[in-house]
Design a binder for this molecule. Sequence first.
Ligand code: FES
Length: 77
Amino acid sequence: MVTHCICAKTSFATVLAEARRSGWTSVDEIETATGCGVRCRLCRPYLDSALTTGQTQFSPRSPLASDRFLSGEVAAR
Ligand code: FES
């Protein structure tokens, strides 16, 4: 299971709880505030899925199949 941003050593559960408290609604806001998604960027689709679904544990491929990620709505950079 994929459960956290490896680079920032922060779980998606922690990020999502803080996002809910702070009102963050985008991966960019999470990046700015936590550093998650900044380095290798592999966790970006998982962070987006956490924001949109509330899920914090993922099979390795499920967020990559997200319509929002594939459509470019969520920038891969
Ligand atoms: S795993 Fe999150 S930036 Fe690398």
